[in-house]
Structures are given as C-alpha cells and as structure tokens.
Design a protein around this ligand. Structure first.
Ligand SMILES: C[S@@+](CC[C@H](N)C(=O)[O-])C[C@H]1O[C@@H](n2cnc3c(N)ncnc32)[C@H](O)[C@@H]1O
Length: 424
C-alpha cells in the first residue's frame, strides 16, 4: 500500500518523509520557503521575463513546490505590475476564445511570456496529490509518530516558526487541470482517492480542490468523468475570473489562459530527459541527497543536463557537496554558490555555461575541496545504473584514491599551507 507521511514545516507548508529513501523531501525549516530561496531567488527574473518563452525543467517535481513557486512568483509579479491590466496566466480552456486586448505598454515590458514547465518525477501518486497540498497554514501541530522515530519531530520542535508562505490557489487549480487533461486515470487512481478522502490527511489538503473532488465521488470513484471535468472547468473559470476581477476590476477586459504549459512526465528522470529535445532556461534539480539517490547526481547525468541547457540558462540545486560540484565542473559547467539572505550563508549551487552569470563564485577553499577525495564524483556510464551500485562504486573509489583526504586538506588549509584568500 502506498505510504504517505505528511507533516507541517515551520512556514506552514506541508513536508513529507519517504520511508523508501529514509529521507525527507523538504527542509523542515520551511518546505515552501526552501523552494523560493533555493530555486527562485537566485534567478534574475527581470532578465528572464524579457524572453518570449521561458522553459523550465523541474527534476524531481514531488508535490511541486519548485514549479509552483516559480508560477506563483510570476503570477504575483504580473498581477502587481502597475501597467498590467490583463492576467496572462492560465490554461487552454474554451472560455477565453475572444482575442485578448493587449496594451502596447505590456508588449514594451514584454510581460507576456509563454511559460513551459516540464516536470518529472517517478512517483505518480505523489505528483497526483500535488495540486491538493496546502500551504500557508498558520496554526498547526505536528504529532505524527514517524517523525519522532526519525528525529524529525525533535528537529521541528527545536526550530522556530518562520514567515508563513502561501501558493495562490489558482496555481493549484492550474496544475490540477493540466494533470487531469494529460492523465485521465488521475481521477480513478485508488491510492490518490484513498489518501485524499482519508480524514486524517484532510488538514494537509486545500479544502477547495479536495471539496470538489469529494463532492464528485461515490464509493471512492469519480462518477462521471466528462461531467466532472465540465463542472470543474466552469468552477475554475469562475474562481479565476472572480479573483482577477476583484483585484483589477476597472481594467480587466479579457484574459488569456493559454500562456502556461505544464507537462508532467512520470518516469525515471534519466530516461525522460534522454528522450526530451528541449533546451531549458532553468533547470531545478531537487533529488534526494546524493548518498540516497546518486543516479541523479552523476557526472553523466550532468553531461546530459548540459545538452539541455540554454547558453544563458542555469541549473539550480540545494546541494553544496564537493562530489556534485566536481561532477558539474567536469561536465563543462561554471559553478557558483546560491546565497541565502535570510540565513546569511551559501545554501546551494548553480551551474551555468556562462561565467558572467555567477554572482557568488566558489572560494579558494571550496575549489580546492573539489580536488580532494570528497570531490570524487558518482559515475553512471549508461545512465541506467541502480542507486546502490552507483553509491558502492564511488565508495570503493574513495577508499582507494591517492587524493588528499578532506580532513588533511582542511588542516593544511588552516595552517596556511594552501593560499587562502583568493576566489575562483
Ligand atoms: C526531495 S524530493 C523532491 C521534492 C519536490 N521538489 C517537492 O517540491 O515536493 C525527491 C523526489 O525525487 C523523486 N525521484 C527519486 N528518484 C527519481 C528518479 N530516478 N527519477 C525521477 N524522480 C525521482 C522522488 O519521487 C521524490 O519526489
């Protein structure tokens, strides 16, 4: 039976634990906050928004915080734009058939980008649950036993609550609609239905989508798919229109709903990307830690990503591991730090083909670290290896290497035997 282990993280968004990987999906500090800080804030959005089309690859979509944060950011930015009177975001529904009335200024500011997101994950059920996930919960209590066992509970208690973060409900509706259109079996999936209708999980799901889903099910299944979809789209239209109209009533003439493509691919990211022919502006890499999921952190995987990145594109990840950075470097990327303003420290890595995009280069110490045993990267020659085998092969390589160990390197560096103060 599919296991689902939700809990609240410290910004009021839902986090998950995976028994298979014995790892958490999200930072307990704040799942949604992490998505913004590691995948959205380091991006120069003003530059990106100048493009006619923005392509994003979200590797390890999970419950979708990274894609959702990206859409939410753009959505908020566009709606708060002083000259913008038209909501450019939404779907290919049939309601907005008339031409949108564009305003010259909007063209000048080039705010009408087409946004294409390709999201990949091999856990179908989780991705199907993604539009239901709640964010911005102000009052919550974590009392799940799993997390006590895994010390996650303790960690959560120790941490202080941080600023609440929320995803606009329109984004969840948008993703729901796209998934339903591409995967009609979504609505008849036994595990998804069971989890969504289970009262003990209700607090983790938004009542809007859960409500319509519940209202349309009898005995756990959607009764009439066509009627459900028709009703759902009408509902979506109303809620969307009301939201837009309330905020921009005076100027709103019409809105265009087909500027966002959200293409969810279920499968191993390696094979999905091998088949893909797109070039991306942004690649979010959010796999479990390298020791648990090395197949998505290997040198060969980064070479594959190199082929799918635009010349001014950027890969973003939370990992700062030397093994990952050296694999990126070997694959041809320039690498830099992701700076987290709230924590005032580096909390991730970016990889690009264009050195000028690196705002926070690696220090001399970090660059030196890549040459130590810690910098030995994972190998997955045919991009088909199993995690355990990839992990073991690296372990043996590390044990038998002539490279200086990390601890020796640190000692030498601290003694000043390695020049300290220059950066890359
Ligand atoms: C750390 S979680 C990602 C969290 C996610 N970004 C979110 O916002 O919820 C890692 C994800 O990687 C997925 N995964 C693990 N191995 C994978 C693989 N080989 N290909 C695709 N997805 C994989 C898991 O199903 C899990 O959802």
């Amino acid at each position: 039976m599919y296991e689902f282990h939700p809990y609240f993280t410290n910004d009021g968004s839902v986090g998950l634990y995976s028994p298979d990987f014995d790892d958490i999906y999200h930072s307990s500090t704040g799942a949604l906050t992490e998505a913004y800080e590691k995948f959205i804030m380091p991006v120069n959005m003003d530059e990106l928004l100048k493009k006619d089309e923005i392509k994003v690859l979200d590797i390890c979509y999970g419950i979708g915080y990274n894609s959702k944060s990206f859409l939410n950011f753009i959505f908020e930015k566009i709606f708060s734009h002083p000259i913008n009177s038209i909501a450019p975001i939404h779907t290919n529904n049939n309601f907005a058939t008339n031409n949108t009335i564009y305003n010259d200024k909007i063209y000048t500011d080039n705010i009408f980008n087409k946004i294409s997101i390709t999201a990949i994950d091999n856990d179908k059920i989780l991705t199907f649950l993604s539009p239901f996930i709640k964010t911005g919960v102000k009052f919550f209590k974590n009392e799940n036993f799993d997390f006590e066992k895994k010390n996650i509970g303790k960690y959560l208690e120790k941490n202080k609550r941080i600023k609440n973060q929320k995803i606009n409900k329109i984004i969840n509706f948008l993703i729901f609609e796209k998934i339903v259109q591409n995967y009609p079996d979504f609505l008849t999936n036994e595990a998804v239905t069971r989890i969504i209708l289970d009262k003990k999980y209700a607090k983790y799901f938004t009542s809007d989508i859960r409500g319509i889903y519940r209202g349309k099910t009898i005995g756990g299944y959607i009764t009439n798919l066509d009627r459900f979809l028709g009703g759902f789209l009408a509902f979506l239209h109303n809620i969307y229109y009301r939201h837009v109209a309330n905020r921009y009533k005076k100027n709103l003439k019409r809105y265009k709903l087909d500027n966002v493509t959200f293409d969810l691919k279920i499968g191993d990211a390696r094979s999905v990307i091998k088949e893909d022919t797109n070039l991306y502006n942004l690649i979010f890499l959010d796999a479990f830690t390298p020791s648990k999921c090395p197949c998505l952190w290997s040198y060969e995987f980064f070479k594959l990503l190199y082929e799918h990145l635009e010349s001014d594109g950027m890969i973003l990840t939370y990992s700062t591991s030397a093994a990952i950075r050296s694999a990126m470097q070997e694959a041809g990327f320039y690498i830099g730090n992701v700076y987290n303003e709230r924590e005032n420290k580096f909390t991730g890595t970016i990889a690009t083909k264009d050195k000028s995009l690196i705002k926070y280069p690696l220090s001399k110490f970090d660059l030196g670290l890549l040459k130590t045993s810690a910098g030995i990267f994972y190998r997955d020659e045919n991009l088909t290896g199993q995690n355990e085998a990839i992990f073991e092969a690296r372990k043996i390589e590390v044990e038998n290497t002539d490279r200086i160990s990390t601890s020796q390197y640190k000692k030498k560096f601290n003694k000043g035997e390695i020049c300290k103060n220059t950066t890359s």
